[in-house]
Write a protein that binds this ligand. Structure first.
Ligand code: SF4
Length: 356
């Protein structure tokens, strides 16, 4: 995905807001953007540098410092590093791995709007992210064609207003929290004028990579709006959750915002019972409910992350057998053209055999 600089200055109204915005924006502005710099930061040898750089041509590297700080130094297989470090495998063709694995072009009905589920629409409020995750299913998405200006916002809201079956707005992207607080507040206040909208769901990975993105103003806006609000974080590994993130999430929780997580099952990152168990426990400790565990969407350039469906089912079965029910995320996959996520069938709960 193309990363763009968020528009921040024009909406700032007072100095304290400016300081808050500058804080996360400054972190974003100084994010690491080259393979070489990242490898130096994490003390990993510069092997395959040329191929890694080639993998960045279509999908650049981007990693903010707070996320780099969580990576174990000297460990080339660190599960956080693998999510952001380009690999030569991204250049390989793999059967079934394509540019638009969810066929979103068919539901991308107008600029910045995807309507594929009943009662919900997805608004691509931003076309950039604060981190580029190598497994991202939108890594080839035509963001340039979906970049919205304020008139397009209105067109999106007009679309929602004319369909009373739409009760929920899903803010996605890119990452919707790339917009500054004033822009988010403005969009929400416009959306509040649509009487049949009841819920607002924000999907974001930004708090995980720059926790200070959860500003007081953002919390205030979400708390004050008339919608039932949920923030869906995208956390794939327990080590992504540190004390700084927990303290920021606490402010959202205290404001009554529902916190959920959806993870992607990624080979080498979190495809073990231990990794998933730690993730679920850590999420709950942070006040976040494990919600979905997704099979990888088959996007071109990400085949090396794939975990087979049978292995995923087996892993999930072990989670069901050992964790409290509320700590077990639903195992799902997304299929092009389907009106909802598809639950991946869970094995009949027989006792596990040795070696399972
Ligand atoms: S933050 Fe989400 S949308 Fe952005 S690159 Fe990562 S997975 Fe893709």
């Amino acid at each position: 995905m193309i990363t763009e600089t968020p528009l921040v200055i024009e909406y700032l109204t007072d100095n304290s807001a400016a300081k808050q915005q500058q804080s996360w924006n400054q972190v974003l502005a100084s994010a690491t953007k080259t393979v070489e710099a990242l490898l130096v930061e994490v003390a990993v040898p510069l092997s395959e540098l040329n191929l890694r750089q080639q993998a960045c041509v279509e999908f650049p590297l981007l990693v903010p410092q707070p996320f780099i700080n969580k990576i174990e130094k000297g460990n080339a297989l660190d599960p956080l590093l693998l999510q952001v470090l380009p690999q030569s495998a991204e250049l390989e063709e793999a059967p079934g791995f394509i540019d638009d694995p969810l066929a979103e072009k068919h539901s991308n009905l107008q600029k910045g709007l995807i309507h594929k589920y009943h009662g919900r629409v997805l608004v691509l409020l931003s076309t950039g992210c604060a981190v580029n995750c190598r497994y991202c299913f939108r890594r080839h998405f035509p963001y340039q064609e979906n970049r919205m200006n304020k008139n397009d916002w209105q067109a999106t809201l007009d679309y929602v207003a004319q369909d009373p079956s739409i009760e929920e707005l899903i803010l996605s992207g890119g990452d919707p929290l790339m917009l500054n607080d004033q822009q988010i507040e403005k969009f929400i206040s416009q959306a509040e004028q649509i009487p049949h909208l009841q819920r607002l769901r924000i999907h974001s990975r930004l708090p995980v990579v720059i926790p200070q993105r959860i500003t007081k103003n953002l919390v205030k806006t979400l708390q004050a709006c008339r919608f039932d609000c949920a923030l869906v974080l995208h956390i794939n590994h327990a080590r992504e959750i540190d004390s700084v993130l927990i303290s920021h999430l606490n402010t959202l929780k205290q404001a009554g915002i529902t916190l959920l997580n959806q993870a992607v099952l990624l080979r080498g990152v979190n495809d073990s019972v231990a990794a998933q168990t730690d993730l679920s426990k850590r999420l709950f400790h942070a006040g976040v409910l494990p919600y979905y565990l997704h099979l990888l969407d088959k996007v071109k350039g990400a085949h090396h992350f794939e975990v087979s469906e049978s292995a995923a089912i087996k892993l999930h079965h072990q989670l069901v057998s050992t964790l409290s029910g509320f700590l077990v995320p639903k195992l799902v996959k997304e299929e092009a053209g389907k009106k909802s996520k598809t639950p991946v069938p869970v094995m009949h709960l027989l006792p596990l055999k040795a070696g399972d």
